[in-house]
Design a protein around this ligand. Structure first.
Ligand code: NAP
Length: 368
């Protein structure tokens, strides 16, 4: 669109960030991207960028080795100043998405990292747009309809991820009076709705895998619990769209399937039973399961089933959620651009198919 655009992206090496980088390169054919990437032992950020940016687009990429948990995001003074003088837009996507970090460790990346990126954006003289990638699950343990304007309403949080993302979003909201920015809140991001492709087999995929492999059939949850799932192509396209939409600035936007497009655990499980030709799951009251059945089973089981029981604890909350995300802002801002979250049940089979074709991420699959 504009030859002078330089878009800083954090979190570019992640599941969502990789797709976002491609989306920005496609939608903004004249823009250049500055990617802030952490070095890994023996693998500098520049090498890591090579893996996510197709060769023809590499001349449009500048890579900065950095870390949002460090002062000045790990950049030296003159690099920081030069970048700040040139950047026109910022997308802050980097975060730790682990549920088991200590509060201190999660805050260091999610809260202090966001504060540093906000400070950077506030000092960028040519800044035209800022997008913060949050999560709809800042709603924590709420039930009922969650509105995009709401953040802290006295809810409690299930883990340090939700809590620190809520704290970070509060920082962003406090700056929106002086910064042309938007808060984007995806729900559970899954693979591409057109191809099923995913590079991340966390979240919904783990329970699905153990079920498809006949390792577990009992769901400690409610059949009518709601799973709000959105495909990564919709989320990346929406971020790339709203980063350039002044009408979105000052708002929070749920990038979610919403009440119309989400599905219940039972609907998803029924589809999975059909697809994987497995018996329908059994549902057990979660309170009973975790208070009485699980301790007994832990004592009685061994090997793979015991590991499944132990690892499955991290997913318990997905089976009990009774909250829906209102998507009024999303519909108002995204529908005119032709962006609609596809209903979960419309593309679920493609996700299943990719899981099987790729042997749950172990086998490379050619994706169109
Ligand atoms: N996936 C979902 O279902 C979902 C749902 C709602 C919201 N979100 C949000 O979407 C964003 C991306 O999530 P994701 O699923 O793509 O996670 P991911 O695959 O784990 O990617 C996280 C990204 O953040 C980077 N990062 C982490 N700590 C950093 C630090 N200290 N300095 C610089 N970069 C750092 C990672 O870099 P390395 O490669 O070096 O680790 C990686 O590029 C997050 O803000 C998350 O809260 C995700």
């Amino acid at each position: 669109m504009d030859r002078e655009e330089l878009i800083l992206v954090t979190g570019a090496t992640g599941f969502l960030g990789t797709q976002l980088v491609r989306e920005l390169l496609d939608r903004q054919p004249h823009a250049h991207l500055a990617l802030l990437i952490r070095d890994r032992p023996g693998q500098p950020g520049s090498e890591r960028a090579g893996a996510i940016v197709p060769a023809p687009d590499r001349p449009r990429i500048q890579v900065y080795s950095g870390d949002v948990s460090l002062p000045r995001c790990g950049l030296d003074g003159s690099t920081y100043e030069n970048l700040s003088a040139q950047v026109t837009r910022v997308v802050h996507c980097a975060a730790t998405v682990r549920f088991d970090h200590s509060l201190q460790d999660a805050r260091q990346i999610n809260v202090e990292g966001t504060r540093r990126v906000l400070d950077f954006a506030s000092g960028a003289r040519q800044l035209r747009g800022f997008a913060y990638v949050g999560t709809a699950y800042v709603a924590g343990e709420r039930t009922g309809l969650v509105r995009e304007s709401e953040l802290a309403v006295g809810q409690s949080y299930r883990n340090t991820y939700e809590q620190t993302k809520a704290e970070a979003e509060a920082l962003v909201r406090a700056r929106l009076a002086s910064l042309p920015g938007v808060v984007l809140r995806p729900s559970i991001v899954v693979g591409d709705s057109r191809t099923g492709f995913t590079s991340s087999f966390k979240m919904m995929y783990w329970p699905l895998k153990i079920y498809a492999r006949r390792l577990w059939r009992t769901v400690p949850g409610y059949p009518d619990a709601v799973l709000d799932i959105v495909p990564v192509d919709f989320v990346a396209a929406s971020i790339a769209q709203l980063l350039f939409d002044e009408a979105a600035f000052g708002c929070a936007v749920h990038l979610c399937a919403g009440p119309r497009g989400s599905a219940t655990i039972q609907q998803i499980a029924h589809r999975a039973a059909e697809y994987f030709q497995a018996p329908e799951p059994r549902y057990v009251d979660p309170k009973l399961f975790f208070a009485a059945l699980r301790p007994l089973l832990l004592a009685a089981l061994w090997g793979r089933k015991r590991r499944v029981l132990r690892d499955g604890r991290a997913y318990r909350d997905y089976f009990t959620m009774r909250m829906q995300f209102d998507t009024s802002n999303a519909e108002r801002l995204l529908a005119p651009a032709g962006l609609h979250p596809p209903p979960v049940l419309d593309y679920l089979d493609r996700l299943f198919h990719y899981c099987v074709a790729s042997d749950w991420g172990r086998r490379p699959v050619a994706v169109p």
